[in-house]
Design a protein around this ligand. Structure first.
Ligand SMILES: Cc1cc2nc3c(=O)[nH]c(=O)nc-3n(C[C@H](O)[C@H](O)[C@H](O)COP(=O)(O)OP(=O)(O)OC[C@H]3O[C@@H](n4cnc5c(N)ncnc54)[C@H](O)[C@@H]3O)c2cc1C
Length: 512
């Protein structure tokens, strides 16, 4: 029987893993987390995915309590700016497509023409809330889509039925500290010390980690949450790392935390703005924005990237300190090897364009519980876990590759190269198909990776990759019901925008 788990690393991955395992197994398992005071957390990772709601609900944490403590805000989706090179924008919201007579509204939008509105603002309701910078909650806390509210309890991603309309933005350090308090309150042992040596037995399994001041920590199962260092899975076990750089070439980022001048201007979305050699994120937290430029150093130097970022988001604020980060893009072929499971950046990282790092952590820790070993460490369970984790990461890799390949920009060497770069096997065929008909659940990447067909369609059409002709069947179907549905969305959007407070107003009310 596995009785003790040692987690090395106290970033978002370490504390999410510790909290979740303690919630799942309570006192039946001892959980120790060791983190180094000398090695800081990565300090980014502040936009999430709508499925994060399952995680907080599973822990029994109430949004009204934790969100203000983590300087949090709402995220109704991602606003992509200038991916056409002409300053235009579109949204990738957390909202499924409505169906009319067996066809999605996106199909109907292609058939009926844009009638003055692009697809995202015709077929989705939440894009209107984003445009108007509205909170998804009324001042009394009611969600605009009341039917979707209420705690999900101890449910996992496998049980996700409805698409929840929002995710969160939060301060990465504050979330780690909040979860640390929560987890230690539940009995997780917290050791602040550096692991200096990882000891293996004669079979190569990890038997203990030796710290500088607290001696040895023994465990049955070790979780590597040491970030890009990957101290256990890589430096100790030498697990093969598969780079994605041929497909996703951005290998660096520079981040800047900027106090927000006009509080009332707080947006309920992440902004992803295409730049000359990459893209820039803007993540609105309660009193500041997180900004960063993700780029390839083959096309721009770190100094020039920092300058471009400062000019865009903080002109005249050279006092603000920039955080330069090297990113290792790819995944370990196996995240679970012997009695070591890597979770977080130590396991895999694509790039932050769709805010999937924390989603990968959530998925991994849930899958770890579902594949939890006994003392035999059944290899079939380990292999099944590795397959799921690998599939999820590969699916997101493919989805992100679509963003670059389908973008209409080709005005700089970086964007020109994006048009000829390798794409993962499967994506080329999917893109070919997307030029003929909208993708559905059968034709998107086939394994669970968090994204549904609506996401693939929002991105393809938003970027300019759309079927050459509408669906032929729609010529033979009376469009009255579809037109009524478009009108209903427009009316609902108008009513919501009028009724809901601004994003800042609502958050200010729960921050009091
Ligand atoms: C530029 C960038 C932007 C990102 N944006 C997003 C985003 O918007 N949304 C999202 O979901 N994800 C994002 N991510 C990913 C996200 O940041 C990570 O998934 C998340 O922060 C988890 O990091 P981590 O805990 O694995 O690593 P880290 O935060 O690096 O933590 C590593 C921990 O290991 C400890 N450690 C290291 N060595 C030792 C040792 N020898 N002994 C003891 N402890 C040790 C450190 O002290 C630290 O506590 C982004 C990542 C990058 C690089």
């Amino acid at each position: 029987m596995i009785r003790s788990v040692v987690i090395v690393g106290g970033g978002t991955a370490g504390w999410m893993t510790a909290s979740y395992l303690k919630e799942a197994f309570a006192d039946r398992i001892d959980v120790t987390l060791v983190e180094s005071a000398a090695v800081s957390r990565i300090g980014v990772g502040e936009a999430t995915f709508s499925t994060i709601r399952h995680f907080f609900d599973y822990l029994g944490l109430d949004e009204a309590d934790w969100l203000p403590k983590c300087a949090g805000g709402y995220k109704l989706g991602i606003r992509f700016e200038n991916w056409d090179g002409d300053g235009g924008h579109f949204y990738h919201p957390f909202e499924r497509l409505r169906m009319v007579d067996g066809f999605s509204l996106a199909d109907w939008w292609l058939e009926l023409g844009d009638r003055g509105r692009p697809m995202d603002r015709s077929v989705f309701l939440t894009t209107a809330l984003s445009e108007a910078k509205r909170s998804p909650r009324m001042l009394d806390g009611t969600l605009f889509a009341a039917g979707l509210d209420g705690s999900l309890g101890r449910s996992t991603l496998d049980e996700q039925r409805a698409q929840f309309p929002y995710a969160y933005h939060f301060d990465a350090d504050k979330v780690a500290r909040y979860l640390a308090d929560h987890a230690t309150g539940r009995g997780v042992r917290h050791v602040i010390d550096s692991v200096e040596q990882v000891v293996q037995d004669q079979r190569g399994w990890i038997s203990e980690v030796r710290t500088a001041e607290h001696g040895s920590l023994h465990g049955d199962l070790f979780i590597d949450c040491t970030g890009f260092r990957a101290l256990l899975i890589d430096k100790t076990l030498g697990t093969r790392f598969e780079s994605f750089e041929d497909v996703l070439p951005n290998n660096r980022a520079v981040a800047l935390r900027v106090p927000r001048e006009t509080e009332s201007d707080m947006a309920p979305y992440t902004k992803a703005t295409a730049m000359n050699a990459g893209w820039m994120w803007t993540i609105p937290l309660f009193r500041r924005d997180g900004n960063g430029y993700v780029y390839s150093d083959r096309f721009i130097s770190p100094e020039d990237a920092e300058r471009e970022l400062r000019d865009a988001v903080a002109p005249g604020r050279d006092d603000l300190e920039a955080n330069h980060i090297r990113m290792r893009i790819g995944r370990h072929t196996h995240s679970w090897v012997k009695n070591c499971v890597a979770i977080g950046l130590s396991s895999a990282f694509v790039e932050p364009l769709e805010s999937t790092g924390i989603f990968f952590i959530q998925h991994a820790v849930e899958q770890l519980v579902k594949h939890f070993p006994d003392e035999t460490f059944d290899e079939r369970q380990t292999a099944a876990y590795n397959t799921r984790i690998g599939n999820a990461v590969d699916g997101v890799k493919e989805f992100l590759a679509l963003h670059y390949r389908a973008a209409r920009r080709d005005d700089t060497p970086y964007w020109k190269e994006a048009k000829v770069r390798a794409v993962p096997e499967g994506l080329a065929a999917r893109m070919e198909l997307a030029g003929s008909r909208l993708l559905d659940e059968e034709t998107i990447y086939p394994h669970y990776h968090g994204f549904e067909s609506y996401s693939w369609n929002a991105m393809s059409v938003g970027l300019g990759l759309r079927p050459r002709r509408p669906h032929p069947a729609l010529k033979h179907i009376d469009p009255t019901r579809a037109l009524a549905e478009f009108a209903r969305i427009e009316a609902e959007a108008k009513a919501m925008v009028a009724a809901l407070p601004s994003c800042h107003e609502y958050l200010a009310s729960i921050n009091d």
